[in-house]
Design a protein around this ligand. Structure first.
Ligand code: PMP
Length: 503
């Protein structure tokens, strides 16, 4: 059976969404014929291969280890199998098998996040907007409260007990960040509000002073606006220009074209580790090596990688690496810039004020050594304490475990999406994706899909994702973008797919 009738879809909806969800889906799906859901889906041999690679993953992931055909008639292709049948069966297996990350069950991880028990419109919340921001576990929420309840003061400035508690919290957070991303030491970590402020800092303090008219800065077509606009601002001021490495139809950077962009006028390169719009992963190690052979420093925008894979800034040889805490289970308004120590020594602060100075007269200022010379004013001390707590929480689960589990979730997500008639996944189906995937659906605007999914308690993002040049490369202005984290489940992904079939 390729497609069920509306009534059958409705029945399955009850199974998957619980009573309230099932009834609502039943009303939506009732009486709809398969044809009313759009043109044929994107079932391809590639997708079948992809689905199979998932099914043969180690058996500690739910539903894994089952051959695709075990869910349907013998010999039936997984891509052509009735999706609702399969997702219903898989969801039951998923809940029975209890996936674990490094021995910790996903259920127990979920219980660390109070917001995941919320209901939206009568449905259990399914939070698939993790590329925009993640949720916070109890330990981070409690850490902020403990900081304000017992430790708060300004840092570095007072001889009193609370000043040392606050300073300890702030400075030990710097060490926690350094450990998390494999930096030399705490001295190479600058606290900022997030990736946006981090890139502005790198552009202004390290690239801008080196720019002359006619110089060039290399980006890629995959960049978030935060990794375009700051470079445009300094380039237009200095008479320099931006050039962007193209991506292919699968959303992969064309390395040979990237390499050709380098010339004697190239001063700097800044590249996203993971595309926030497509989820595709840049070969940052190779890209940095290519740049370094020409003496060009590279900034890596790690906003979408830091919370999803082990990151080692020294192994990748990044000159700068920036990320936002709020995308890694930490509070908003805190993030970090890693800079190689010798580069931090050479930069020119672009914000002045308290904290960053050693001595000031009315004529001149002597700055603190790095990293403090780049941190003018009072920082987000509670945020830094929360960031350290979040990174320690992720480390306890294990970044390798998180990466492995999210890879399996993502394969399930892409495979489920590609099976939906009328749905186009942006980029190659077999491209590795981290956190996010974008799609459009025939006859529906992304905004409408986002709104309808919200009616089922499913949170996804719809829009341009602050990556307009990237979407325009694929002829689009907007997409729908579900994005995962390690607390999402196979069951949630199946429920998203079910909802997409009936909205
Ligand atoms: N770069 C990328 C790749 C991102 O996804 C984002 C956030 N969507 C940013 C930069 C900016 O991050 P923030 O808004 O936290 O500064």
């Amino acid at each position: 059976m390729i497609y069920e009738t509306g009534a059958a879809v409705a029945g399955r909806g009850s199974d998957l969404l619980g009573d309230v969800g099932g009834e609502a889906l039943a009303r939506q799906g009732a009486g709809r014929s398969p044809a009313s859901f759009g043109a044929a889906g994107q079932s391809t041999p590639l997708l079948e291969k992809l689905a199979r690679s998932y099914w043969t993953e180690p058996a500690d992931y739910a539903g894994v280890g089952q051959s695709p055909t075990s869910f349907g008639a013998a010999g039936q292709s997984p891509a052509l199998m009735d999706y609702t049948d399969r997702s219903g069966e898989l969801s039951r297996r998923a809940s029975a098998a209890q996936p674990t990350l490094g021995g910790i069950s996903v259920e127990s991880i979920r219980s660390d996040f109070p917001i995941l028990s919320e209901r939206v419109g009568g449905y259990p919340l399914i939070f698939l907007d993790n590329a925009a921001t993640t949720q916070r576990p109890n330990c981070v929420i409690e850490r902020i409260s403990r900081y304000y309840g017992r430790e708060h003061s300004n840092v570095h400035r007072g001889a009193h007990e609370l000043a040392s508690r606050a300073t300890d919290a702030y400075e030990s957070a710097r060490s926690a960040v350094a450990r998390f991303i494999g930096a030399e030491d705490a001295g190479s970590i600058i606290f900022v509000r997030g990736a946006t402020e981090g890139i502005n800092l790198v552009a202004n303090s390290f690239a801008r002073p080196t720019l002359r008219p006619g110089d060039e800065i290399i980006l890629t077509q995959l960049e978030h606006h935060a990794n375009i606009v700051p470079w445009q601002m300094i380039a237009s001021e200095r008479g320099a220009r931006l050039v962007a490495a193209p991506v292919d139809d699968c959303g992969q950077i064309i390395l040979s074209e990237y390499e050709k962009l380098f010339n004697p006028r190239t001063r700097f390169a800044s590249i996203a580790h993971v595309s926030n719009a497509l989820g595709t992963v840049a070969p940052v190690g190779e890209m940095i090596a290519i740049a370094h052979r020409r003496g060009v420093p590279v900034c890596v925008d790690g906003a979408q990688s830091a919370a999803h894979m082990p990151v080692d800034v020294r192994a990748m040889d990044a000159d700068f690496y920036v990320f936002s805490g709020h995308k890694a289970c930490a509070p908003t308004g805190i993030g970090a810039v890693y800079g190689k120590p010798e580069l931090l020594e050479r930069g020119v602060p672009y914000q002045g004020g308290g904290n960053m100075i050693e001595d000031v007269t009315l004529e001149r200022t002597r700055y603190q050594p790095p990293p403090r010379r780049y941190e003018a004013g009072t920082g987000n001390i509670a945020g830094a304490a929360g960031l350290a707590e979040a990174l320690e929480y992720l480390t306890r689960i294990g970044m390798r475990e998180i990466e492995k589990y999210e890879d399996a979730l993502m394969l399930r997500l892409v495979s489920a999406l590609a099976d939906i008639p009328g749905l186009r996944v942006i980029g190659g189906l077999d491209a590795r994706r981290v956190c996010a995937v974008s799609f459009v659906m025939a006859g529906r605007t992304p905004e409408e899909i986002g709104r309808r999914l919200n009616e089922y308690g499913i949170a996804v993002r719809a829009g341009h994702h602050c990556a307009q040049p990237c979407l325009r490369r694929f002829g689009l202005e907007e997409t729908v973008r579900p994005s995962i984290s390690f607390y999402n489940t196979f069951n949630e992904i199946d429920r998203l797919a079910d909802a997409l079939r009936v909205i």
